[in-house]
Design a protein. Structure first.
Length: 479
């Protein structure tokens, strides 16, 4: 098959390779992405039954939940580089196979220790698969077709976060054949097998580039830096922010500084840095990535605090809490899909306008719920509007971040962008979750929890307005 990169590109079209069926290809890779996003949250509602069935301690349960996110965040950039070196389609299939196999292993795990180990491996499989999604999208679509594809990608990210809790609640409540929590993992197996079979027929045979150096020192230093950052952020809340967590965070900052030194040395020697400087210098990428980080941090922090408030203060079941969180995800997804249909003169300024509305929307929701009020039609409408604003800020920033990246750098840019998004979610849950939990001891009366939610959503608004500043800076860079 002809390398898609060499095909001429017309605005608004796919690459045109007759062997590639773009609609089916997009459905395939986004289903893989959706499974990876879903598994970051689907296990949350299964925690009580896992505790009972396996006799797990609180710390062990935290590792069951967090182990996936830790491995996923730390290995994303490594997965992107492996895709560039050995072929995006090959690594997508390899990551999907690993994800499917470890999902089966999680579902059959006999003890908590095995479940934790398999969750780490499941996160590693996702880290191999997910960066290839954006790389394949970048290589296969261009112009308005790429804009639509990125909109669908954004919708998958938003809907997956909320749907994980809904689907988890349904599966655990159903207790299929007396299996309790195990279907939250086993549900991935038939889907993964079907996607593997489809991938063998639909994925383009894009060759890898063996000349792309592996940059082992860079991988080791960056992986260590990300690990030192992510582990305390993920576990800090549950463990009461111990001293070793702060030490790890400080060590992570130092390791990021060392990573810059190592990468400059690789570049001076004529090697292949893990993150080439030209990727970071792509027009608009850095301010857009910073804006995306703040939006995802606020979104993830809101979803976390909102779910806790519903279950621990309002008495909602996990399923009902997930359903009440659905409007924000639906709004996010719709905006991500449709923002490009707004008049073209608004596209450049849309992240700024939407960001301002999003910050105000978080504050308004805090006022509505701050006194302990229940969740009625007005609140649900407000959360849907929040989702619309978040999608209108997020999706054009995502498109802007990748617009100036050369096709040969798609894998590296994909790894950087997806890692930024994942870190944004981790930081949002850790920091904004700490703001919420620092204001109230759950379970608590609705009024007390509502006040904590108001304080948290005020912090959300500040985070979003910082992102508005980055979005405005990016607009000036690319105009």
């Amino acid at each position: 098959m002809t390398d898609l990169q060499t095909r001429p590109r017309a605005a608004g079209r796919t690459t045109g390779d007759p062997a590639v069926r773009p609609g089916l290809l997009l459905a395939l890779i986004l289903c893989g992405q959706f499974m990876a996003v879903l598994d970051a949250s689907i296990v949350n509602v299964a925690v009580p039954t896992i505790r009972t069935d396996l006799g797990a301690s609180g710390a062990a349960l935290q590792l069951v939940i967090a182990g996936y996110s830790i491995a996923y965040a730390v290995l994303l950039i490594t997965g992107a580089r492996l895709g560039a070196r050995y072929g995006f389609s090959r690594l997508f299939q390899l990551g999907l196979a690993a994800f499917t196999a470890t999902s089966l292993a999680c579902g059959l795990a006999p003890t908590t220790g095995w479940l934790i180990a398999f969750r780490l491996l499941q996160g590693a499989g996702a880290a191999l698969m997910v960066p290839q999604v954006m790389s394949l999208l970048q290589r296969t679509f261009t112009g308005t077709a790429r804009t639509r594809a990125i909109g669908l990608y954004s919708a998958v990210l938003a809907v997956g976060v909320a749907l994980g809790q809904v689907l988890g609640g349904v599966l655990v409540s159903a207790d299929l054949f007396g299996t309790g929590w195990r279907p939250v993992f086993l549900v991935n197996v038939p889907i993964g097998l079907a996607l593997l079979a489809a991938g063998a027929r639909l994925l383009p045979r894009l060759p890898g580039d063996p000349s792309r150096g592996f940059d082992l020192p860079g991988l080791v230093v960056l992986g260590t830096a990300l690990g030192l950052l992510v582990v305390p952020l993920v576990l800090g809340n549950e463990l009461g922010w111990p001293a070793w967590g702060w030490a790890m965070l400080a060590g992570g900052v130092l390791m990021f500084g060392l990573f810059v030194v190592v990468e400059r040395g690789v570049a001076r020697r004529g090697g292949h840095p893990l993150i080439p400087g030209r990727v970071l210098r792509a027009p608009g990428l850095r301010p857009a990535a910073a804006g995306l980080f703040t939006i995802m941090a606020a979104y993830a922090g809101f979803m976390f605090a909102f779910a806790l408030h519903q279950q621990a203060a309002l008495g909602h079941s996990a399923l009902r809490a997930g359903l009440c969180s659905a409007p924000v995800a639906v709004g996010f997804g719709l905006a991500s899909l449709r923002w490009h249909r707004l008049p073209g003169r608004l596209h450049a300024v849309l992240p700024v306008l939407a960001g301002v509305l999003l910050g105000g929307g978080y504050l308004l929701l805090g006022v509505l719920l701050g006194g302990g009020a229940g969740i009625g039609a007005v609140v649900l409408a407000e959360t849907a509007a929040l989702g619309l604003a978040a999608g209108c800020a997020y999706a054009p920033l995502f498109a802007r971040a990748l617009a100036g990246v050369a096709p040969e750098d798609a894998a590296d840019a994909s790894g950087v962008t997806v890692t930024v998004l994942q870190l944004g979610q981790v930081v949002g849950v850790a920091v904004l979750g700490s703001v919420f939990l620092g204001q109230v001891d759950l379970p608590a009366p609705a009024a007390d929890s509502g006040h904590a939610l108001l304080v948290t959503l005020a912090a959300n608004a500040v985070v979003v307005l910082v992102g508005v500043g980055f979005a405005e800076r990016g607009r000036r860079v690319v105009r």
